[in-house]
Design a binder for this molecule. Structure first.
Ligand code: FAD
Length: 431
């Protein structure tokens, strides 16, 4: 008897949690064949990328090998980049794998009975001239690593006064959402650490971070109280905050803004807004203008009941008509709903609608502080938290993801190993 095949494309915050649960429940018991496809060989939880970018987190220690994980959790991993989809034949096409100009694997096809698209999102540069070629992005581990290398090189360059472009080292970050804000604070933390590890020509007083936001407040998607508290903390660190400021052009050495001001920089980062990968609009599925796949509340595509989407790449309406926000907690909750819905399909039971429960928002400002709000039960009243308590809750978000993909024992052991590594290793990745 051939088993039904469920293919999940994208092993990120939502996709990896989904295949883990499906593999344990259906794959191991030979009730379905579960296949994960991802373009990368390893997974790293995306909300950690700003820490990878500053070297505070060594991705080599935290990344999960899909191949190894799949063996332990009852699914099969296939490395590849989704490039095309044939709905009628229920077949997807994976692009050739090319390494250093050499063809490793040609284009391949993979058939499915049920398909889940969990491809995440990329930064939206809104077509702003110069951004694609002159800014760093933090959409993938490779981009975070490229920023880290550029940052270390810039610090190195500043050790020679002749090679300095400005008296201070200047980083421009466009977009004061969670990514931009957290990166700004991490940079001050990283500069302090680099100073202590021998980059003595620079200290945090010689780092200028410009955080540029088009909206009237930083963290525009979050409650004003959080935004104001974070603003105060960033000001204390010395971040130059520009709100109501729209960037119209980027070049190698800075940004131009709509009012004609020029902001000179050594390093540029673009973290303003997100969109789904544009090729999703070419797969024959209905998509929004930002290329998110339109799904019903059951997470099924509105065009094809066998195709599902979750996380940042899905445009999923809530009961009040608003869209589910592109956040890790939404991807996590959708993975849980989809797990139950896919099991229901195999048991001939009806599917249930997804309901997003906002558990609150937390912003980490490196070692300096954390600020956020937690939603209290069904009343949905928020509880403002900061300091150690907020840091504890922030750290627990990643532990919850680890719990979902590794289980309790391995997560507990990881907590211990992380504690030991804090004594054994430098506080940041220096090479
Ligand atoms: C720096 C940063 C900080 C963040 N902080 C927070 C936070 O504090 N709280 C919060 O809730 N959210 C945060 N987010 C947002 C959060 O990371 C995303 O909402 C979440 O990761 C979305 O999960 P996902 O499963 O939809 O996609 P992702 O986690 O992005 O995973 C997508 C996966 O798809 C794979 N993929 C992409 N294209 C292809 C393809 N064509 N073929 C095969 N595989 C493909 C990728 O390799 C990746 O593994 C942050 C994001 C960033 C960048």
């Amino acid at each position: 008897m051939t088993l039904p095949r469920i293919v999940v494309v994208g092993g990120g915050a939502g996709g990896l949690e989904l295949v883990t649960r499906l593999g344990r429940k259906l794959g191991k018991r030979k009730r379905a064949e579960i296949v994960l496809v991802d373009r990368n060989p390893t997974h790293i939880w995306k909300p950690l990328l700003h820490e990878v970018a500053t070297g505070v987190l060594d991705s080599g220690l935290d990344e999960v090998s899909y191949q190894g994980h799949s063996k332990a959790h009852g699914y099969r991993f296939q490395r590849g980049t989704l490039s095309d989809l044939d709905h009628d034949a229920r077949r997807l096409t994976l692009a050739p794998i090319i390494d250093d100009g050499t063809l490793v694997l040609p284009s391949r096809t993979l058939e499915y009975d049920y398909l889940v698209l969990a491809l995440g999102s990329v930064s939206n540069d809104f077509g702003t001239p110069g951004v694609a070629s002159h800014c760093h992005f933090l959409d993938s581990p490779q981009q975070a690593e490229a920023f880290r290398q550029a940052m270390l090189n810039t610090f190195l360059r500043y050790s020679d006064p002749e090679r300095r472009l400005h008296p201070n080292l200047v980083v421009g970050i466009v977009g004061a959402g969670a990514t931009g804000v957290e990166l700004a604070a991490e940079l001050y933390d990283a500069s302090k650490m680099l100073h202590s590890y021998g980059f003595t020509s620079l200290n945090s007083g010689q780092l200028d971070v410009h955080l540029i936001e088009a909206a009237p407040q930083i963290l525009p998607a979050l409650p004003t109280r959080i935004s104001k508290a974070v603003y105060r903390e960033l000001e204390k660190l010395g971040v130059n905050i520009h709100v109501d400021t729209r960037v119209t052009q980027a070049d190698e050495h800075g940004f131009m803004t709509a009012d004609g001001t020029r902001i000179e920089t050594d390093l540029n980062v673009w973290a303003a807004g997100i969109r789904a990968p544009s090729f999703l609009s070419e797969l024959g599925l209905s998509t929004e203008r930002n290329h998110q796949i339109k799904v019903k509340r059951t997470l099924q595509s509105i065009d094809d009941e066998r195709i599902f989407a979750l996380g940042d790449c899905a445009a999923c309406p809530q009961a009040d008509g608003k869209m589910v926000p592109p956040r890790a907690q939404a991807a996590h909750q959708q993975a849980t709903r989809l797990y139950h819905n896919l099991c229901a399909i195999l048991e001939d039971k009806p599917l249930k609608d997804f309901t997003f429960h906002d558990r609150g928002s937390l912003i980490s400002l490196a070692h300096f502080d954390a600020v956020g709000s937690l939603m209290r039960g069904a009343s949905a009243r928020s509880l403002f938290i900061e300091g150690r308590l907020a840091k504890l809750f922030y750290a627990s978000l990643y532990r919850m993801h680890q719990f979902a993909i590794h289980g309790a024992v391995k997560t507990g052991m990881t907590v211990v190993v992380d504690g030991i590594n804090r004594f054994l290793r430098p506080k940041m990745k220096l090479h």
